[in-house]
Design a protein around this ligand. Structure first.
Ligand code: ADP
Length: 243
């Protein structure tokens, strides 16, 4: 399927964290994390529950301030952050189309009238995630898989050079996972830097680059084939996962 990506701001320099410490009030989570996120590639962030994966994504997105260290985000446009679907209230009175249109506010500013171009991008993103026929349904009334696809469509609509996703395919059926995987592959092939938190071994193995967190520290970084050692598998998944 065609993807409208000619307005994506890409940058050959990687996004990076240097000596980053971050956390919540008096609860430090990330400790001296230095990591790069290769430009135009897909990076998987893995680690046990509570190891700081979502916190790292929040720092990279700029929604969580660092206590010390620096964050480099390439491109002039801000990153797009796709949160977990469970963070969306069932009562949110928003249609799928309106949610995806909000993705365009990153470039137009909030509550601005959408241009023809904006509407084309929104239609393209709805189509690519297979949710065009749900566009007029309420986001809160969708199944988990449909809702997650709508949130990924919203992230894509921002046309950001850096796309950050928190467990985008967790717990979804195979069809929903395929839509999301295909969309992320397409983004990468258009030069977007994709960073995704995942607890799925197969997904991590498919990435170009892998970061492993444990207790808020970077345990390993590199190509998945090198990084996903028996020790790491045991740390993250409690053994060698079946696949
Ligand atoms: P992961 O994504 O690897 O499961 P998180 O980054 O979500 O880990 O959480 C790391 C630690 O930070 C956990 O101990 C968690 O309880 C804590 N934490 C996460 N979000 C918040 C928050 N909003 N306020 C306070 N503590 C938080």
């Amino acid at each position: 399927m065609r993807a409208i990506t000619d307005d994506v701001t890409t940058d050959d320099r990687p996004a990076a964290l240097r000596g980053v410490c971050a956390g919540y009030r008096r609860h430090p989570v990330l400790h001296d994390v230095t990591a790069e996120f290769p430009a135009g590639r897909r990076t998987a962030v893995v680690g046990p529950n509570g190891s700081g994966k979502s916190t790292l994504l929040g720092v990279l997105a700029g929604v969580l301030p660092v206590l010390s260290g620096t964050v480099r985000r390439p491109g002039s446009a801000g990153p797009a952050l796709v949160a977990q679907r469970t963070s969306v209230s069932d009562a949110l009175p928003l249609t799928v189309r309106a949610a995806v249109e909000m993705g365009r506010w990153a470039s137009t500013g909030p509550w601005r009238r959408l241009s023809k171009r904006d509407r084309e991008v929104v239609a393209d993103c709805l189509e690519r995630l297979g949710v065009a026929d749900l566009a007029d349904r309420s986001l809160g009334a969708l199944s988990g898989g449909q809702r997650q696809r709508a949130l990924v469509a919203q992230g894509l609509a921002q046309r950001a050079g850096l796309l950050l996703l928190d467990e985008p395919a967790a717990g979804l059926d195979v069809a929903a996972q395929r839509y999301i995987t295909a969309a992320l592959d397409q983004e990468r092939s258009c030069g977007t830097t994709v960073v995704q938190v995942t607890h799925d071994f197969a997904e991590a193995r498919e990435a170009d680059h892998c970061l492993v967190l444990r207790d808020g520290r970077l345990l390993a970084a590199g190509p998945p084939g090198d990084v996903l050692t028996r020790d790491v598998l045991s740390t993250v998944w409690g053994g060698v996962p079946a696949f």
